[in-house]
Ligand binder design. Structure first.
Ligand code: MD5
Ligand code: FE
Length: 200
């Protein structure tokens, strides 16, 4: 597979073929059946527009106590195991000698977005982050490690993988909007993003 480099991030367009995408959707259905999507809120109680759950040893949560990784879902159950298609994609692309300990599942309704931010809740920034997209295209923006400044646009389509490695690992990034009607993979408009991280 060949990659396009954008600000040091490696973009693998169409990394998952349609059969692999369908298999991964089934695996995500099992994750969500065991650990339901929840609506995270900020410390001030403002809901995020994205709904989330996780797989793996730990999961990312945000509530009135703040945001952090936790070994259990907010409802108390442990997170389900990492789906096999996710583990295989990590082995193929990450170059990291150990599996990820968190696979965050983000569900975007057509109106959902994610503001520009950095991912810095993990212990070791030398470990890459791998993002897999399913369903409708998300308009991803990636900038510099420093706040402010210009951002570049990457339209993340169903089946695309994005590896955040090296200097891109601490880049500011976000999802500006979803482009409904751009994929036939899911039964309803919306987007799934899976983010694999080594939390430590
Ligand atoms: C998404 N999710 O499409 C993105 C994919 C998140 C989040 O941003 O925090 O859940 S992960 C993209 C990412 C991760 C780590 C670093 C960088 C991008 N980056 O430096 O560009 O739902
Ligand atoms: Fe992020």
């Amino acid at each position: 597979v060949s990659a396009i480099a954008v600000r040091g991030a490696l973009w693998f367009r169409g990394f998952l073929d349609r059969a692999a995408q369908e298999r991964l959707v089934d695996e995500i259905r099992a994750v969500v059946a065991a650990a339901p999507l929840f609506a995270p809120v900020t410390r001030r109680g403002q809901p995020l527009s994205v709904r989330m759950t996780s797989a793996g040893r730990c999961g990312w949560v945000s509530d009135r106590k703040g945001y952090r990784y936790e070994p259990r879902h907010p409802d108390g159950m442990p997170w389900p195991p990492l789906p096999p298609t996710v583990a295989a994609a990590w082995e193929a692309l990450s170059g990291w000698p150990a599996p990820p300990d968190c696979c965050l599942v983000n569900w975007y309704d057509p109106g959902a977005r994610m503001g520009l931010h950095q991912d810095r809740d993990e212990a070791d920034f030398s470990a890459p982050v791998l993002s897999l997209s399913l369903g409708d295209t998300g308009v991803f923006r990636i900038g510099a490690e420093a706040r402010g400044g210009r951002t570049d646009r990457i339209d993340l389509a169903s089946g695309d993988a994005l590896l955040l490695t090296g200097p891109s690992r601490l880049a500011h990034h976000g999802i500006a909007r979803i482009l409904p009607g751009t994929s036939t993979l899911l039964p309803a408009p919306g987007r799934i993003n899976l983010t694999c991280r080594v939390v430590g």
